[in-house]
Design a protein around this ligand. Structure first.
Ligand SMILES: Cc1cc2nc3c(=O)[nH]c(=O)nc-3n(C[C@H](O)[C@H](O)[C@H](O)COP(=O)(O)OP(=O)(O)OC[C@H]3O[C@@H](n4cnc5c(N)ncnc54)[C@H](O)[C@@H]3O)c2cc1C
Length: 320
């Protein structure tokens, strides 16, 4: 059998849930599983991955990797893949990986399948599917004429197994100097500390039916009880009620949480394009003919201003 290398993303202290999704899939591949961890804390947190069936962690802990720099990262990862020669690389279809891996693929002649939603291994070979045309159809992606195949998976599409008690070796990778054309001087984080929408397991999203920015507090309250992240339709982003980072849809983020609660959202095709991969969709809308109900697993016909406080109070009784 060959090897699968998982590009395990983290926030400096802990790995993202998507890393565990990829590691669980890699364990089922029948290949040897290795992981690549990049960033100043790479070797200290990399040791955790032994519990996820990783035989070896390649850790590059150089301080200059703290912030993502496309030139630096793509040189490092390309050099590593060229020497390691894994059969497959699994990474999350995060903003970082969607920028990084096409560069890497081009540098080393690897095949790249991006934004995939299905991944299985049969006899060591990966079967991959990805949605096309905003989810109107899906395509099977086959690799050809490439030794290294890179698969970028949307978050929340693969199950997470349970950690075992295995151990791993951590191989420290030195960074080769790169003549950088650009340098990231500073990153100013947004005000919110909440989990990014693309990683969230539960999303409470609001649309024009929320009637104003001040009423998003109702969504925040429900989200706080459920441990959810708040999203929005484009109509309310365009109205300036919330920031663009919260927009779900064709020109916003593509999400696939376990639970998506759409509040006062009509269900325009461009909104559905970003969230129809959610496992359970609950729609709250006062118009029984709103298109969102055609996609919803559960529909509540009524006023968000009555239903949301009731839901929050009832969930509080059960969950807190
Ligand atoms: C090229 C292009 C790209 C686009 N990209 C995106 C995108 O990425 N994401 C996106 O969301 N949209 C996108 N749109 C816009 C999209 O077409 C819709 O205009 C938008 O999604 C509508 O937002 P909405 O559902 O919040 O508002 P509306 O369509 O106005 O719907 C509001 C809903 O709230 C309900 N409502 C009103 N009051 C209440 C109440 N008190 N209680 C309960 N329900 C109530 C109404 O019945 C209605 O169904 C795009 C459009 C184009 C042309």
């Amino acid at each position: 059998m060959g090897s699968v290398l998982v590009f395990a993303e983290h926030n400096g202290k802990e790995f993202k849930r998507s890393a565990f999704e990829l590691l669980t899939a890699a364990q089922k591949s029948g290949h040897t599983v290795k992981a690549l961890v990049v960033g100043p804390s790479a070797d200290s947190i990399g040791v955790q991955l032994g519990a996820w069936g990783v035989s070896e962690v390649l850790a590059c802990a150089d301080e200059s990797l703290k912030n993502y720099n496309p030139e630096l990262y793509s040189q490092l990862v390309s050099d590593l893949l060229a020497s390691e020669k894994p059969d497959y690389v699994l990474a999350s279809a995060s903003m970082l990986a969607r920028d990084l891996f096409p560069r890497v693929g081009q540098k080393i002649g690897a095949g790249v399948a991006s934004d995939c939603t299905e991944l299985t291994f049969t006899g060591g070979a990966a079967q991959v599917r990805k949605p096309l045309y905003s989810g109107k159809c899906s395509a099977q992606v086959d690799f050809q004429n490439c030794a290294i195949k890179i698969i970028l998976m949307r978050a929340n599409q693969l199950p997470v197994g349970t950690a075992g008690s295995g151990q791993t070796t951590v191989k420290k990778i030195a960074l080769t100097p790169v003549d950088l054309k650009t340098r990231i001087k500073e990153i100013v984080k947004g005000a919110t500390e909440k989990l990014d929408l693309t990683e969230a397991n539960i999303i409470v999203a609001g649309g024009r039916g929320m009637k104003g920015a001040e009423h998003f507090k109702l969504l925040d309250d429900l989200a706080a009880v459920l441990g959810a992240t708040v999203g929005a339709s484009r109509a309310v982003v365009d109205a300036g009620w919330v920031s663009h980072s919260m927009q779900v849809g064709q020109t916003g983020k593509t999400v696939a949480p376990t639970l998506y609660i759409a509040c006062g959202i009509s269900g325009a095709i461009q909104h559905l394009a970003g969230m129809s991969g959610s496992k359970v969709i609950v729609a709250i809308n006062k118009d029984p003919d709103a298109p969102i109900f055609q996609k919803a697993s559960y529909g509540l016909v009524g006023d968000v201003f009555e239903i949301l406080p009731t839901l929050t109070a009832e969930f509080k009784k059960i969950l807190q």
